[in-house]
Every structure is written in structure tokens, then in C-alpha cells.
Design a protein around this ligand. Sequence first.
Ligand code: SF4
Length: 89
Amino acid sequence: MRSRGAWLQLFLKGRIMSEEWGLCLDCKWWQIEPSASVEHLTVGLCIEEKLQPFRLRISGNGGCNRFKAGAPARAKGSSGQPPTAKPMR
Ligand code: SF4
């Protein structure tokens, strides 16, 4: 659980708009290539359980209300067209 100050800091950085909506690059359901940098333009696969059927390929700039704060997962094939990686979480 983040402190109020930590949430305010993230909000002021423009990376989290609410406690329920956030950017992919801060989301534990974002899965990127093993050597990829965690950046706004990096492309990865969303592995959130309800979104998995869509094989959603999305950049760190994306976001949704299934957001869950955490470090991204990593797997080869996460940025393919379409992504070929299996969800690692
Ligand atoms: S689309 Fe939503 S659930 Fe998927 S990685 Fe981005 S913020 Fe997380």
C-alpha cells in the first residue's frame, strides 16, 4: 500500500491519474521483452487475465482501469506482431 505522499508524488509526475487507472509502464500486468527498457514508447503485451484473450500489444503510454501497480513481467516475444509470449504471471 502506497502512502498518501507516494500517491501524490506519482500523480504530480502525471503517471497515475487515479488509484484505479494507471499507465502500463507502472503496471504489473504489462509484459515486455527481457532486455527492454521500461519507457513510454516501449511496446509490450498486456497479461491482465480478462484482457489476455485480446492479445493486446500496447506501449508504456497506454493505460486502463485494470491497472495494478508493480514492475512489468518479462518474456521473449512480448512485443511481436502479434505477441507470441505466454503470460508469465
Ligand atoms: S492495458 Fe491496463 S492492465 Fe494492461 S498493462 Fe496496461 S494498464 Fe495494465
